[in-house]
Design a protein around this ligand. Sequence first.
Ligand code: FEO
Ligand code: CA
Ligand code: CA
Ligand code: CA
Length: 607
Amino acid sequence: ASAGSPAGAHPGFPAVPPDSGDRVTVPEGFEYDVLIRWGDPVLAGAPSFDFDNQTEAAQSGQFGPNNDYCALVPLRSDGRWLMVSNHEYVNELLMFPGWDPEGPSEEHVRTSWAAYGMSVVLVDRRREGGRMRARSSSRWNRRITLHTPFEMRGPAAGSPLLRTGADPTGRTVLGTMANCAGGTTPWGTVLSGEENVHMPFAHAEKPTDPLVKEGLERYGFAEGASLRAWEKYDERFDLGKEPHEAHRFGWIVEVDPSDPDSVPVKHTALGRFKHEGATISVAPDGRVVAYMGDDERFEYVYKFVSDGRMRKGDDWAAQRHNMGLLDSGTLYAARFTGDSPAEEIDGSGELPADGEFDGTGNWLPLAHNDRSFVSGMTSDEVYVFTRIAADRAGATRMDRPEDVEADPRTGRVYAALTNNDYRGAAGQPGPDEANPRKDNRDGHVLELCERRDDPTSERFVWRLMLVCGDPESPSSYYAGYDKSRVSAISCPDNLAFDAAGNMWIATDSGGRGGVNDGLYMVPLSGPERGRVQRFLTIPAGAECCGPVVGEDHVLVSVQHPGEVPDATPENPASHWPDGADSQPRAAVIAVRRKDGDHRGPGLRVGT
Ligand code: FEO
Ligand code: CA
Ligand code: CA
Ligand code: CA
């Protein structure tokens, strides 16, 4: 079978061909439902969606736009879950008819604040022939927005660097934003990464404290007024007036979806950077480890190792104990050392003489609670300016680390390095064995084995499993598998694992080569290791995120459909999912077999 053709005798599904249409495609024998869309009611009393009449009040009770991470946390009764979605960002130009970039109206700004954050929605499949349905207004349903109070916890909570006029304690923050990917913890909570938090702040030129200035620059905060004009309606977004408000975003947040009245937490022990997400592994001794990526060019891979041990059971005391595990522990950044001679890593992407991009690595400790391991920085400074700490520790600058997550069956850790078109450019870092391609447009997937298979270990070995891109190019590598039999994949972003030993990869290529993004499956071991197969594609302009791979269902977030240059509400580039002349709406879709058969893991696609 040729790449992308459905002719391969795959045991689980025939790969779908690449697509460029304004539609979702799934394999023969499968179908999908739209579970929930931007604007659908989440809370009791919320109105139905009205694109032309959006208000803060309506959006506060509706599903937000541009959902990224998706978690399904099972309820105790069979067939019901709490779905948690991240609403990463607002694109005002496409969201609001009549948005005025010269002077956004207060209602548009306030509606945006209500659109950010997260949703908790009950999903039920006990009726309607086993189809999943999102239920509006269950007792668990919740919207978290830029107004929801969060508790800062961990070693830097209360630090002077986190205090503002509105919060002299440095322990209570209003809202979360730029929530990208995340993780579902073994204790039933959801972690979410605050990623591009610099975007809405204004006037980074105004603070005078040298460390604050260095931090704003290192994290990419911009000078001058902001395009979004948030600072006009809330002074906390004006860094000249509240320089520390910037420090109160860029954290991993934890939400307990089972308790809609719970106060969500921002975890300072996990460091502050442009968090893609955080995923949990449990060590043999019960300590928990959070793997994390900082998604920007030349940023780092991190992990956190807890001091405490996880308690089994879902009683209230165990839950309370486990929700404190991320409050104290050690924060590390990763250093990757290649084993091939530097001259063999020439930037072309062709394999070195030993046949693999591989080597050894170290987790470099940055801080343990009140103790800093970085000279010249206090522990508070390490936690608030973690990027600067990792710079000084000598961590390895990577090609945009997105999801970092362990396969629960083997404990092996996989890091999606989505791309980096600056690698090897003038004045920029050149290729190294862990990031071996110049102008890395297609990204790669790194596989990491902790020493003695213990996730708390400070040493590891690693190799690149996939060097993505055109299978016919000598600069791509599909774990040594016959590249004439794979689906081409570009820009890996979010990862998930099924019970049969396959990894699922959602892509964010921005439509590279005219091919829509999608979800791919690849076996991790055995003779099929490296055989990437395209499972679904999503509409043009959309990014595929948040895959959930269950026993009989696959959920993905279809983020920002129709977001292409020059699109406007008057001239939308997509009408998905409602068709006709509708505006595009981000959504969660659920894929299942047409015959409704839900026996066996991973849609029975195991190899
Ligand atoms: Fe929001 Fe790293 O993608
Ligand atoms: Ca090598
Ligand atoms: Ca992402
Ligand atoms: Ca991305």
